[in-house]
Design a protein around this ligand. Structure first.
Ligand code: UT7
Length: 312
């Protein structure tokens, strides 16, 4: 039985169209100043009508496969996190598998809203460590702007589209050290897309408070349970919803700003795509070194939450 799982590459894709805070000022009663101060967001990307979450995922997946150096036919499974599937069924994962022309694999979607990518990594790790597969393609992809009410300033300024991917492989050495996921459905109405409305509705400040509390505790426990001092943590790659949430969590674990990857200013909240997008942006710049200790953590609708601690 394989003992460990390693992240061997990452890839990402952003749609071309940039939507700035300034442009949003002409749509709703908001200002660049308010959005920047309250969230850290300056701009986000918006997919055009012809692009679906599968197209975004395809570009990110091709990028990750190319950088991994493996043959795409070595991929045993595709775990795809999204809450904006192209179709109700077949799954976005299966549509991606078809577009990538991978035959000998199984694929399925995971919907844990903004925590989806962490859930997908947790599942991929378990399949790899059971010996069932050797390589997994893990993708987060969202056309989340398709769920926005462009007249609601509480939500329309926050989100953006994109996709990120990783290739995971069986390994003799760690790799992923710990993986934790959780959920509590009693918060179902604080952040939701109701089937009859089809738009994101959010009680922003309640979500904010619970996110800071939950992620603060999760980050602390993830480090403590694995005997990793916060000075031994090289990088935090958090879900990118709001810069104030990210900095509040970093404060709780005494992590300096220089060790945190922040991309929310350029991407907005891309839901399940946010962590792999942030990771790949930093990775492409050569910021992560082999052996670095990295923590990913996310919080989303449900509520759902999760963390992954690994050596790169
Ligand atoms: O990814 C999944 C998890 N999602 C999140 O983590 C999002 C969590 N929530 C947040 O990031 C923040 O709560 C928001 C950025 C959504 C809002 O920031 P806030 O500091 O919690 O503001 P608020 O909701 O308490 O609203 C403050 C004021 C309100 O006006 P009144 O009632 O005080 O007069 C809002 O109507 O700001 C107003 N407001 C806006 N003003 C200008 C809300 N949206 C806007 C806007 N432009 N876009």
């Amino acid at each position: 039985m394989t003992k460990f799982t390693k992240i061997i590459s990452s890839g990402s894709y952003l749609p071309k169209k940039v939507l700035t805070n300034k442009e949003l000022e002409s749509r709703v009663d908001t200002s660049d100043e308010w959005i920047t101060e309250r969230t850290g967001i300056k701009e986000r990307r918006v997919a055009d009508d012809s692009e679906t979450s599968v197209d975004l995922a395809y570009n990110a997946a091709i990028d990750a496969i190319k950088k991994s150096g493996i043959n795409k036919n070595d991929i045993g499974a595709i775990f795809l996190a999204t809450c904006t599937p192209e179709r109700k069924f077949p799954s976005t994962a299966v549509l991606l598998q078809n577009k990538l022309d991978i035959k000998d694999a199984f694929s399925f979607d995971i919907n844990a809203a903004c925590t989806g990518f962490v859930y997908a990594l947790d599942i991929a790790k378990k399949y790899i460590e059971s010996g069932q597969i050797k390589y997994a393609l893990v993708v987060g992809t969202e056309k989340i702007t398709s769920l926005l009410d462009w007249t609601d300033r509480n939500t329309c300024v926050l989100f953006g589209d994109g996709s990120g991917a990783m290739i995971l492989a069986a390994s003799e050495k760690p790799g992923i050290i710990s993986s934790t996921i959780g959920s509590d459905g009693s918060y179902k109405d604080l952040l939701t897309v109701n089937t009859d409305l089809e738009y994101i509705e959010m009680k922003g400040s309640d979500v904010f408070k619970t996110a800071v509390n939950t992620l603060g505790k999760l980050a602390k426990h993830t480090l403590e349970d694995n005997n990793v001092g916060n000075d031994e943590l090289d990088w935090l790659v958090p879900h990118q919803a709001n810069e104030r949430i990210i900095l509040a969590i970093a404060k709780k674990i005494n992590l300096p700003r220089e060790k945190i990857i922040i991309t929310v200013n350029k991407h907005g909240n891309t839901s399940a795509a946010s962590i792999p997008l942030a990771f790949d942006e930093a990775n492409s710049k050569g910021i992560f070194k082999q052996g670095d200790m990295i923590m990913l953590e996310a919080f989303g609708a449900g509520f759902t939450w999760g963390s992954i601690l690994f050596r790169y």
